[in-house]
Every structure is written in C-alpha cells, then in structure tokens.
Design a protein around this ligand. Structure first.
Ligand code: UTP
Length: 291
C-alpha cells in the first residue's frame, strides 16, 4: 500500500549569500514576489497538495519566518477594529492552525542534505515532501507539489521535479541520469550534483520539490560534505537508488530559479502579470523600458 504524503519539510536555513546585502537581516525566503514572500507561496503550494504538517528547518536570524506564520495579535486587532477585513484576511486566513507547524533549528548551515536530516524526528516513518522556496513554478491550474502527489499516488517511491535547462547551465544544478521515460515520469538510474557540462548525464535539473521515503534519513545520517563543502541531498538519494525507486517528474508550468537575482526579478514580473490588479500597469511600465 502506498502511504499518502501528509508532511512537508521546508529547508530555510541557508545564508542566502547570492542576495547579500538584501539578506543580511532578512531571510531570503521572506523576499517578496509580487505580493507575498517566497516562503508563503511554497507553504500554500503544500496546502493545495494536501499537506497537513509543516516542518521548517531554520537557521540564525530567521525569526521573521516564524513571525510570518504566527498570529500577529496587535496588527490583527488594529485591522479588525478599523474594519479592514480584506487586509485582515490576507494577514491571517491562510496561516496554519496550532499544532500543524514546527520550527527545527539547523544549528549550522551545513547544506541541504543536513537541513533535511534535521527534520528526521518530525518526519518519523512516513513519506514526506521537501519544498525549496527559492524555486517557484507558476501554474494557475495546479501547483507543482499537487501534480507530484497525483503521480506519487500511482507509483509510490521517490519523486523529484525536473526541468530541462540549457546545457551551459547544468553545472548550477543537481542533474538526473535517466534510465527510461513513461509519459512525464522518468525512471532515474542516478543523479549528480552540479556536473561539468561534459560530464552531465542529461540536461534535466532537479527543481526544488521532492517526495521522499523516510529511509533517506539513514543515508543522510552518514552524509559527508561533498560538492561545495556541503552535505548534499543528491548524494544520499544516489546512495538510496539501489534499494528504492526514484522518478524524475516533468511538470506543467513555468519554472523560476529565484535563488539568483535575475530569476527572482523575472518571477516578480511574471507573478505580477498574473494579477488582474497589476497586469495592465506592469505591462505599460515594461514598455517604457524596452521601447
Ligand atoms: P541554496 O543554496 O539555494 O540557498 O539552498 P542558500 O545557501 O541560502 O543561498 P546562497 O547559495 O548562499 O545564495 C537551497 C535551499 O536550501 C536551504 C536554503 O535556505 C534554501 O531554501 N538550505 C541550504 C538550508 O536550509 N540549509 C543549508 O545548510 C543550506
């Protein structure tokens, strides 16, 4: 029987060095795209996918994230006193209920693999999703994690979102080594973190959404620093491959890599253009720049 995915891990313990100085005092995951912080998009994507428990692996100086998901007593009382119900609902309607959310400190930013391992006691013996908030996929019809859960409910195993990237960019990402393809599922025979273009097994980059079986924690426990001195999630997935099925999932939607400045800017424009209250003015504004 395939166990349903009800838990999600949000690793938010990184230093966000590519966004300094913006991320000196504000976590990268709190940077806004159009109207909301990155992390709220990831959270809402998880809710849409049926996730019921939310585990944030945080680092130092990340209290803004805790506050964002908490009840904002003074703000909410002021808004309700002034009858500003629209704004009030944007502040509070989407927040998780008590007991649905946990914050786990990653005492040092030792890499994504280490961050996921920090959530082990909260994940327990269940499959779980991992969402990296700095990767966004725009699909107004169905969010990425929800698409993956639909696929997982048929196949079980482990599923990783993948997207084709230009060959010159493969060294920026984890890359899938494909064995066979069935529709939008690609059975993996391996994966490699940030390969040189000449060594890359494909141009299918791992895209910041994973559904994993809990056995990954045993491999992460033995994790050693590799690429870039960090404990990589990719290395432990690779070790788990002989004993567990891994599939790349080619999703519907436009991907934005918000971990770099231009990708982040592009996401801001694309998400603003999706909104009725912003689209027309943003289009006019863009014309003034491109002539
Ligand atoms: P990134 O490498 O994109 O984030 O990690 P970063 O390290 O914060 O950014 P740069 O490279 O210094 O600019 C992907 C995700 O994994 C989390 C990050 O917070 C981000 O959401 N992460 C990374 C952790 O939680 N812990 C870590 O030790 C490293």
């Amino acid at each position: 029987m395939i166990k349903p995915v009800k838990k999600a891990v949000f690793p938010v313990g990184g230093l966000g060095t590519r966004f300094l100085p913006a991320t000196k005092a504000i976590p990268k995951e709190m940077l806004p795209v159009a109207t909301k912080p990155l992390i709220q998009y990831a959270f809402e994507e998880a809710v849409e996918a049926g996730i019921e428990e939310f585990i944030f692996v945080t680092g130092r100086n990340k209290s803004a994230i805790n506050n964002h998901f908490d009840h904002a007593f003074e703000l909410q009382s002021a808004l309700s006193k002034d009858d500003k119900t629209d704004i009030l609902s944007q502040v509070s309607d989407w927040t998780p209920k008590s007991g649905q959310i946990a914050f786990v400190p990653q005492r040092e930013p030792k890499g994504l693999g280490h961050a996921v391992w920090c959530a082990r006691n909260f994940v327990g013996n269940e499959p779980f999703a991992v969402l990296l908030a700095d990767e966004m996929v725009l699909n107004p019809k169905q969010g990425l994690l929800s698409q993956m859960v639909d696929a997982y409910d048929k196949t079980g195993g482990n599923i990783i979102a993948v997207a084709e990237v230009p060959e010159a960019d493969v060294s920026k990402y984890g890359i899938l080594d494909p064995q066979s393809t069935d529709g939008n599922l690609i059975k993996a025979k391996g994966m490699v973190e940030k390969p040189a273009p000449e060594n890359a097994p494909s141009n299918l980059s791992l895209t910041g959404r994973y559904i994993l079986q809990p056995e990954i924690m045993e491999h992460l426990a033995e994790g050693r620093a590799s690429s870039g001195g960090e404990i990589q999630l990719t290395d432990s997935m690779q070790k788990m491959l002989p004993s567990s099925d891994f599939y790349g999932f080619k999703f519907e939607g436009k991907r934005f890599d918000c971990g770099n400045r231009v990708g982040f800017l592009e996401a801001n424009i694309a998400y603003a253009l999706e909104r009725e209250d912003m689209a027309a003015r943003v289009k006019e504004m863009l014309k003034t720049y491109i002539g």
